[in-house]
Each structure stands twice: as structure tokens, then as C-alpha cells.
Write a protein that binds this ligand. Structure first.
Ligand code: ASP
Ligand code: MG
Length: 460
């Protein structure tokens, strides 16, 4: 079997949902279709709960009625049954009753928050399962709260992997053993606690639901359908002529996620990757594209796959003449960051100083004051990290020379290379970012791009 997950924009309205049905129709294998809430719905539910908390019941009622009309309108356009329309109505009427009760007793706990947040996927999965049926495909709706189990924390809950694996495996194989069932539709993101209360995974958690199901059922592949063609060689908002990367390793994808490639968070697909299930990122608005395949290890090594960057970075230089020949200085510096819970990204050291990058943030001032008690601190704002990402580039001679050779005229204030197999990173001034990223992208992705790994968009 296969697992296909469709994100919020891929199911945003009736036309998008019909596209989803078309994509699933052409699948030969049994499929579990995991869907997100319609785009924007989870955000509305967050606002709904906040409005109730702030006693703004007028706003809360408006949000519920907007959700009602959007879901009913979509269901009607998809020719869903009266029963489905009724279910949408009762679900939202009940939510309104719960909301009124919570306002009276002021019970704004995470447990009640999860009940609100879960509504988006409860509704989208019901509507989409019925839409399959209306287009002639019998799809079984399975409430994911009967598949995915979490600890007794209701929002951003930790999954009980063993129980989830056992029950999901049983339920899904039972569903497919019914002779006419080839498709099961489940909502992403929603789960139950072990005691049977509704809980939710973190935001964007539908990918995680899909990966858990794929792992439990030993799926042949996991497809993450979204609204972009896959993972690209750079950010198309800054770089013209970015290419689609056909195949990427899990480590490379994780590295790109740090640099803000928003396509998917590799942590969420980890269960599938660990089980060696290939993961494909695909575009439901352009289903002919081949997408990006993510696998544990790729044979396309020792070459740069992408030029990524991260903006709004602060560089902190900490020096102390006392560091010379002593020990423990680095530990003391890192302790300060640990205490203030500030992640450090890149580090370079010399005998008497250490240079680090962190994201700009409100916690920084207190940490700097503390560092100043035992060292000299210099702060450089408005910096950016640029990183060339590719498995094994550390072992390939000539890459660093090409990389630095391409950056004529750009001031590089720090270099980090060798710590990981996967990246070569530098710090530049924010003003130089676009120019520098383009210089690198042109150097590595213009003449000799390998058609086995990269695709010119528009050429598929
Ligand atoms: N609907 C949830 C969210 O927007 C989960 C998801 O879409 O993955 O965060
Ligand atoms: Mg979403």
C-alpha cells in the first residue's frame, strides 16, 4: 500500500479536492489518504479559542459561522450526501455549545483547546471521504483518533509509537480486507490520548500522521502532496532559474529545513525514513511533475545540491585573553547559551576567541550581559548564513575552491566547514545576500547540471 498526504492548500476548495480524487484514482495500490484541514482553518480555530478566552463571543460566533458556511458550501459543490451536511452542522453546533460552556466556567485548558483544533481535520476528512464516494470510489473514512495515540498532553502531544503502530496496522489491514475498499481517508494531525481524549500533534503535524501510518503499515512509499513542485536548488524569490532536485538524502533535506525550505519538516517524516520508506514531495496542482524523492542515502553524493541561506542572523564574538592555554572557557560560554535557551548555529574558534551565530531574538540581551562578566563581547547584527548543501562535499576536492572563487567582491566574515559531511557555510552581510547566493547558484547550477539529479522547471 501507499500513503498519500494532502496539505491544506491541496484541499482548500472543491476544485482542489477533485484534483486530489483524480490523483488517487490513478493509483494501482491500496492507498491511505491523509488530509489536512482546509487551508487557513486551523488558524481560524486558533483564533476561535483565543477569542473565547478573551470573552469576545461575537468574534467567536462569526468564526464558527464562517467555518460552517465554507465547509457546507464545499460539501455541496462536491455533491456530498445530506448525512454529511448534517454531520458538519452538528459538529459545528456542538463546538459552539462547548465554547459557550467554556466561557461560563472559564475552562481554557489545553484539553479543550485540542477539541477546537481537531475540528478542521475532522471535517475535511469527512467531506473528502464522501467526495470520493460521490465520484464513484468507495473510500472508507477512518477517524485518526482511532489510529494515533498520544500521552496525556493534548496539544503538541508526544505519540505513543508502539500502541499507534499496533493499532494502526490492525485497523488499516482490516479496512483493506473488505473486498471493495482500496482507499481509506483519515484526517492528519488529530489523535487520542491513551485515556481516549482528543489530542493533536504539533502544527503541520499531518505529515507526521502520514509518516506514522506509512511506517506502521510498511507502505511502499509515502507521498507528501503540496502546492510546490518539490525541493529546489535555492529560494526562487531570490534566485531565478532554480532547479528541482529529483533525489535528496534525509540529511540534506534536514539541513535545508534549517535554512527555511518550508516544503516539509524532515523531523515529521522521520518514522518513514527510518523504516527506509521513500518519501516523495509532489505538487497536487501539477501532478505530472516528478517531484523530489527523499531517501536515507542517495547515490548522488559529493556534489552541491542546493544553495540555502538564513537571514536575520547575529554574530557574537567572545574573546578573553584568559582563554590562552586554559581550559573550560568554551564550556562557560556555551553554558550561558544553554541557560538562556538560545540555540547556537555556527561556531568558529581561535586560540583566544570564539565566534558564534544565533538568530536575532529577545533573549539575547540577557545572555550578552552574562557573557560580559567574564569576557569581551562584540555583536554584529544584520548578518546572514549562506550554506552549500550536499552529502559528502567535505570529501570532494575542488568544491571549496569553486565556492570561494565564485564569491569575488563579497566580504565573508566567518567560515564553517568540515563539522558535517553535508554543508559548507559562510557568514556575509545581509546586504550582500542576494548577490552572493546568485553568484554561487550560477557557479554550481548553470552549465553542467546533471539531468539525473536536477530538473529545469518548466521542462517537465
Ligand atoms: N492543520 C494542521 C495545521 O495547520 C496540521 C497540518 O496541516 O499539517 O497545522
Ligand atoms: Mg496545514
Amino acid at each position: 500500500m501507499v500513503v498519500k498526504k494532502f496539505g491544506g492548500t491541496s484541499v482548500k476548495d472543491d476544485i482542489a479536492i477533485l484534483r486530489v480524487i483524480d490523483i488517487c484514482k490513478s493509483e494501482k495500490l491500496n492507498s491511505v489518504v491523509v488530509v489536512s484541514a482546509f487551508s487557513g482553518v486551523t488558524n481560524s480555530l486558533v483564533e476561535l479559542f483565543e477569542s473565547a478566552k478573551a470573552n469576545n463571543t461575537t468574534r467567536a460566533s462569526t468564526i464558527i459561522e464562517e467555518l460552517r458556511s465554507r465547509h457546507i458550501m464545499t460539501a455541496q459543490k462536491l455533491k456530498c450526501s445530506e448525512e454529511t451536511i448534517e454531520l458538519i452542522n452538528t459538529t459545528l453546533t456542538q463546538l459552539h455549545l462547548i465554547l459557550d460552556a467554556l466561557v461560563i466556567i472559564r475552562e481554557f485548558t489545553q484539553r479543550s483547546n485540542a477539541v477546537f483544533l481537531a475540528t478542521g481535520e475532522i471535517l475535511s476528512s469527512l467531506i473528502i471521504a464522501d467526495a470520493f464516494f460521490q465520484s464513484g470510489i468507495i473510500a472508507k473514512h477512518i477517524d485518526s483518533r482511532e489510529l494515533i495515540y498520544t500521552e496525556e498532553k493534548f496539544v503538541d502531544a508526544e505519540v505513543d509509537i508502539l500502541k499507534t503502530r499496533e493499532i494502526t496496522q490492525k485497523q488499516i489491514s482490516k479496512a483493506f480486507s473488505q473486498s471493495n475498499i482500496k482507499i481509506c481517508v483519515c484526517g492528519g494531525f488529530i489523535a487520542s490520548t491513551l485515556s481516549g481524549q482528543t489530542s493533536t500533534l504539533g502544527r503541520g503535524g499531518s505529515d507526521y500522521t502520514a509518516a506514522l501510518i506509512a511506517e506502521a503499515c510498511k507502505a511502499e512509499r509515502l507521498e507528501i502532496w503540496t502546492d510546490v513542485d518539490g525541493i529546489l536548488t535555492s529560494d526562487p524569490r531570490k534566485v531565478p532559474n532554480t532547479k528541482l532536485i529529483k533525489e535528496i538524502s534525509y540529511d540534506e533535506a534536514a539541513e535545508l529545513a534549517f535554512y527555511g525550505a518550508k516544503v516539509l519538516h524532515p523531523k515529521t517524516i522521520y518514522p518513514a525514513v527510518e523504516a527506509e520508506i521513500p518519501v516523495f514531495v509532489l505538487n497536487s496542482f501539477n501532478p505530472k511533475n516528478t517531484g523530489t524523492k527523499i531517501i536515507p542515502h542517495t547515490i548522488w553524493k559529493n556534489r552541491i545540491k542546493a544553495i540555502a541561506f538564513r537571514e536575520n542572523v547575529t554574530v557574537i564574538n567572545v574573546s578573553s585573553s584568559r582563554m590562552l592555554g586554559t581550559y573550560g572557557f568554551l564550556a562557560n560560554v556555551f553554558d550561558v547559551f544553554k541557560k538562556h535557551q538560545i540555540p547556537i548555529d555556527l561556531v568558529a574558534t581561535s586560540e583566544v576567541s570564539i565566534s558564534m551565530t544565533v538568530d536575532n531574538g529577545p533573549l539575547l540581551d540577557a545572555a550578552i550581559k552574562e557573557l560580559e562578566k567574564f569576557s569581551n563581547v562584540e555583536i554584529f547584527l544584520e548578518k546572514a548564513i549562506i550554506s552549500a548543501v550536499g552529502d559528502g562535499i567535505r570529501n570532494e576536492s575542488g568544491i571549496a575552491a569553486r565556492f570561494f572563487g565564485a564569491l569575488t567582491g563579497i566580504n565573508i566574515s566567518m567560515i564553517s566547514f568540515g563539522a558535517s559531511e553535508v554543508n559548507l557555510s559562510i557568514i556575509v552581510d545581509s546586504v550582500d545576500i542576494k548577490k552572493a547566493v546568485n553568484m554561487l547558484h550560477t557557479e554550481f547550477f548553470t552549465d553542467d547540471i546533471d539531468n539525473e539529479i536536477f530538473v529545469n522547471l518548466g521542462q517537465q
